[in-house]
Design a protein. Structure first.
Lengths: 353, 383
């Protein structure tokens, strides 16, 4: 049995407060127009929230994944327009490969399959890399080798996802890493993808809580036919269903973070929990997206209203680091490969204390 | 939404140790048990199986030992329940008594009632049913009209219950009836609960109702001047509403809230096999992802219960999600396998056919989906 740790409470409080104070409507709008929110990043870094997962002797906090969950959740809940979770994940990868973590934002490359590592240099093109142009370094994992690459060793072409977050194309032409190391663990899937999906699942759960909270507030404020629309059963039923799915997404993400802590040197089982979290979050996103917007009516469809900062991210994150089909396929192949008789024993063995 | 939290819970070693024991028991008792019977699990009754479970101490596991209970944790009980359900064991004979009636009597019953009824329940010999719904009172339970009037030495009951699962096999019913006329200012007042002996009480008539899956599961129960003794009253006269609300909360978050159609997933995985295409694999993967997540949420609730919390909102959420999952399973299986099952076919066909029909009731029993969503909406502050 586990409860919420003291560390997690402190981190949740700190991340929640700092993000709520610093991620304003103006900051969100400006970030989408291309302004890097340097104050926001600085305050996060000064408070040690950007490297919870790297070991202390490599420049991190040495916290557990269970503790770090609250930061990733808050990043989604408050829509932090900075690569906070990517930096956290990259820092963990560097630590597990024995590489010192540099300060500043890091870009995590979901590109194990598209990059080659030969004669000490990387080649290939990685697309949709979060905040590559704002990061001082990029972090890639290729077949168990982790590489830290200075941003000036690659060519970056800016692009954006549908929420206006930087998702750049990065071209590696025999790019020389400043450090490389071998991961001290084994995995079935590319580790950067698993970590990215883990982080996105937590952010999505946070974003969904945000969207439902906005909708509940709006339903209480908005009056039609002489009463708040919250009093209509159609609204109540729709939001109750959405809230339940959002709670499921949070539970699944939290479980996956815990699975990483329990994984030890083999991530294979934890990949299952990450997969489940990403699938459940992706499916829930569609229901929450619909319910939140339907409740808000036309005002929620305006750029002026803040709802879209949450819901556009939600939809964009669904597809990043593997969409539901990718992760469901992974689970399905494992289940079918093991056969019906092992389905229940495998499930209970994976989740036991 | 900030107060809705499912802290991941893990089952303690003593609960896991029990799992192996339960699996051996199931392997011994259910060898060659056919798929369609497994699919009926908590609607399938087998008194001999119930007695064997009772002999192992697996009924009333969390109840005090002085009444024959096991004095074990909610998490140990959780493991026994989920293993039974995953195996499709016929646990329905004692199900209501173990899940609802026993806890209700322990919480609200007199010392005498506890000593009289609880030990037989734990032995797997005494079965209960719940008399709540009436022909004109379903979701609006407070509108019931069956009434009990005080007599010289007890109570006289008149009226009718309906949709009473297992009334035809149960030894006792715990019925919610009216002991005062309806008060329009306080609709929840004037209701009381009575323990009625279904085999011995004169004036009780049970008429079976066949369901669309062809089973005889639920019944109409008529009370015509049915006389019950004074000590048939459970809890306080007039306190029935509060008691019944507690009773319903016992049934909202257990493993039966996501495993009811597990046998269909099992058969589907067997049917599709290891050489599945990508769409089939992804379809199976989605179902397995939900199974895993719902189990975690349900364990989280069991953990909260174990530490003395009453997570009613969280339990309503698990019921909402679990019921949707169980009920959607036949549709997903249809999408993945694309068959019209034949009643004379193999296990997959039979389980698919049965579950497609039976699943219709999942969002009705124990509080409809809409009532559950109303509870969640209240928790969100919408009403």
């Amino acid at each position: 049995m586990t409860g919420t740790s003291e560390m997690a409470n402190i981190l949740a409080e700190a991340a929640g407060r700092l993000l709520e104070d610093h991620v304003t409507r103006d900051v969100l709008g400006a970030a989408e127009d291309g302004t890097w929110p340097s104050d926001l990043w600085q305050v996060l870094e000064d408070n040690g929230l950007t490297q919870p997962l790297a070991p202390e002797d490599r420049g991190g906090m040495g916290a557990s994944f269970a503790d770090a969950f609250v930061i990733a959740f808050a990043a989604g809940r408050r829509r932090a327009p900075v690569p906070l979770v990517e930096t956290m994940a990259a820092g963990w990868l560097l630590g597990r490969a024995g590489i010192d973590v540099p300060p500043g934002p890091l870009a995590l490359i979901d590109g194990g399959a598209v990059l080659t590592f030969k004669d000490g240099a990387l080649s290939g093109v990685a697309e949709g890399v979060p905040w590559a142009a704002q990061a001082g370094h990029l972090v890639a994992e290729i077949d168990g080798t982790v590489a830290l690459i200075p941003a000036d060793a690659v060519t970056i072409t800016s692009d954006r996802n549908m929420a206006g977050e930087p998702r750049d194309t990065v071209t590696f032409t025999e790019a020389k890493p400043s450090a490389t190391g071998t991961l001290d663990l084994t995995a079935t899937l590319p580790v950067a993808r698993t970590l990215g999906a883990l982080m996105r699942a937590a952010q999505m759960a946070g974003a969904m809580e945000g969207a439902v909270t906005l909708a509940v507030q709006h339903a209480g404020d908005r009056e039609q036919f002489g009463r708040p629309i919250a009093k209509f059963q159609a609204i109540q039923q729709m939001l109750a269903r959405a809230a339940a799915r959002a709670a499921q997404a949070r539970s699944a993400a939290e479980t996956a973070f815990l699975a990483l802590d329990r994984a030890g040197a083999d991530l294979t089982d934890a990949e299952w929990d990450v997969a489940a979290a990403k699938v459940v979050a992706g499916e829930a996103a569609e229901i929450v997206y619909d319910a939140a917007h339907q409740t808000h009516g036309a005002i929620g469809f305006t750029y002026e209203h803040e709802l879209h900062f949450t819901t556009r991210r939600l939809w964009a994150w669904r597809g990043e680091f593997g969409a539901e089909t990718y992760w469901a396929g992974e689970i399905g192949r494992r289940v079918l490969g093991r056969g019906a008789d092992n389905l229940w024993p495998d499930l209970t063995a994976r989740q036991k204390g | 939404m900030e107060d809705i939290r499912f802290t991941p819970g893990l089952l303690p070693p003593e609960a896991e140790a029990l799992r192996a024991e339960v699996r051996t028991f199931i392997a011994d008792h259910l060898k060659g048990y056919p798929g369609v019977k497994r699919a009926k699990s908590w609607s399938g009754a087998d008194p001999e199986f119930s007695k064997a479970m009772g002999a192992r101490g697996w009924i009333g596991m969390t109840w005090p030992q002085e009444y024959g209970g096991g004095g074990r944790s909610f998490l140990e009980r959780y493991v026994v329940l989920e293993e039974m359900l995953a195996a499709g064991a016929p646990v329905s004979a004692h199900w209501v008594a173990d899940r609802q009636s026993g806890p209700l009597l322990l919480k609200f019953g007199t010392e005498e009632q506890r000593r009289k009824y609880i030990p037989a329940i734990t032995r797997g010999e005494s079965y209960f049913c719940i008399g709540m719904s009436e022909p004109n009172s379903g979701s609006d339970l407070a509108s019931i009209r069956t009434r009990a009037e005080k007599t010289a030495d007890g109570w006289r009951i008149n009226g009718q219950k309906i949709w009473t699962s297992k009334a035809h096999t149960a030894h006792h019913m715990i019925a919610l009836v009216r002991t005062q006329p309806q008060d329009p200012k306080d609709r929840h007042a004037g209701l009381s609960q009575f323990l009625i002996d279904m085999k011995e009480t004169k004036g009780v008539t049970i008429r079976p109702i066949r369901n669309m899956a062809g089973e005889q599961m639920f019944n109409e129960v008529f009370f015509e001047d049915a006389e019950v003794p004074a000590d048939a009253l459970v809890g306080t006269e007039g306190g029935g509403w509060g008691q019944v609300t507690t009773e319903l909360a016992f049934e909202r978050s257990g493993p039966e809230r996501y495993l009811s159609s597990y046998q269909l997933l099992f058969e589907l995985v067997r049917e599709i096999g290891a050489d599945a295409g990508p769409a089939e694999a992804a379809g199976i993967g989605r179902l397995a992802a939900h199974l895993s997540t719902l189990r975690q949420m349900s364990i989280s609730i069991a953990t909260m219960l174990e530490s003395g919390e009453t997570p009613n909102l969280a339990a309503a959420i698990v019921k909402e999600l679990g019921v949707a999952y169980e009920q959607d399973m036949p549709g997903k299986a249809h999408d993945i396998a694309g068959i019209s099952p034949r009643m004379g076919g193999g296990d997959f066909d039979q389980v698919m056919a049965y579950m497609t029909m039976a699943a219709r009731s999942f969002s009705l029993r124990g509080g409809t989906r809409e009532i559950m969503r109303g509870i969640i909406a209240r928790g969100l502050g919408l009403r």
